[in-house]
Design a protein around this ligand. Structure first.
Ligand SMILES: CC(C)(COP(=O)(O)OP(=O)(O)OC[C@H]1O[C@@H](n2cnc3c(N)ncnc32)[C@H](O)[C@@H]1OP(=O)(O)O)[C@@H](O)C(=O)NCCC(=O)NCCS
Length: 255
């Protein structure tokens, strides 16, 4: 294992997905990384498997955040080594100045980890409070984010705003999707991400019915291409279609 002090937006997103944290827009991640005071990452076999970073005022206060070790690498001392490296970076910084307060809001069940890394926990003196702010133009009260992988062709037709119906089987996972939710599509060929808002769900018994209700360009075909509901059998068998039904998720590209 080695420690490095920089990372890409893609590595950041991968680690967040690995521990089930929410996905941010790439441009926001780029900005966060650029404006971090300190970053530390653990690398195993050329892969970044853990991270932590500090945001702050470059003078007196900093917040430790995004402390993550990929689940399959946890409990091997990697998290502690990352925090040790962050500590070394802060100590070197403070030795040129006066003093620095590093704060954090640990998620449930992790206080012991931070105590083992040398943090003080004195709830009798100091308790943590926080407030989330969300873009009210994007998020409704109970809006959820969903991740979906796509091949390049459908990904690019959504990006061009020609395709606005994403077709899936209506299984347990997809029945969680509601209008106003956000779908983050990931291009499985190059990792590019795109945010879309769910406008409406169109539910049918099978793809034959679905295809009768939309024009082929909305579904992702080119004008000069033949559209055939059997194309969906490459992804979902007839049996699955009749077991769950299918859904056309009407979407609108955000940004
Ligand atoms: C919290 C997290 C970063 C710890 O990383 P890790 O690599 O598993 O931790 P380490 O193996 O370096 O553990 C260091 C020490 O803390 C202990 N420890 C780690 N997690 C602990 C926990 N949740 N509760 C109690 N002790 C814990 C370890 O047993 C070890 O003790 P030791 O030094 O006596 O052997 C990791 O579990 C994680 O990524 N969790 C998901 C994301 C998350 O919740 N991050 C924290 C947000 S505040």
């Amino acid at each position: 294992m080695k420690i490095i002090r920089s990372m890409s937006c893609e590595d950041f997103q991968k680690l967040h997905v690995a521990v089930g944290w929410k996905i941010l827009k790439d441009k926001e991640v780029d900005c966060s990384l650029k404006n971090s005071m300190f970053i530390s990452c653990a690398v195993v076999d050329n892969e970044i498997v853990g991270m932590a970073r500090v945001v702050g005022d470059f003078a007196t206060h900093g917040l430790l955040c995004d402390v993550i070790v990929k689940p399959e690498y946890q409990k091997q001392g990697i998290g502690k080594q990352i925090i040790n490296d962050i500590t070394m970076q802060i100590q070197a910084f403070v030795n040129e100045r006066d003093e620095f307060m590093l704060e954090l809001l640990p998620t449930t069940g992790n206080i012991e980890f931070y105590k083992k890394c040398g943090f003080k926990h004195k709830p009798e003196n100091m308790e943590g409070v926080y407030k989330w702010f969300k873009n009210q133009n994007i998020y409704s009260e109970d809006c959820k984010k969903h991740l979906m992988q796509l091949n390049s062709k459908p990904f690019n037709s959504i990006k061009k705003k020609t395709k606005n119906i994403e077709m899936r089987i209506y299984d347990e996972k997809r029945s969680q999707i509601k209008p106003n939710d956000i779908i983050i599509f990931i291009n499985r060929e190059n990792g590019e991400r795109m945010w879309c808002k769910v406008i409406k769900l169109h539910i049918f018994n099978n793809f034959e019915q679905l295809y009768q209700n939309f024009n082929k360009v909305q579904l992702g075909y080119e004008e000069n291409e033949l559209s055939n509901p059997k194309d969906m059998e490459e992804y979902y068998t007839k049996e699955k279609q009749s077991k769950y039904g299918v859904v056309g998720i009407e979407i609108k590209l955000m940004n």
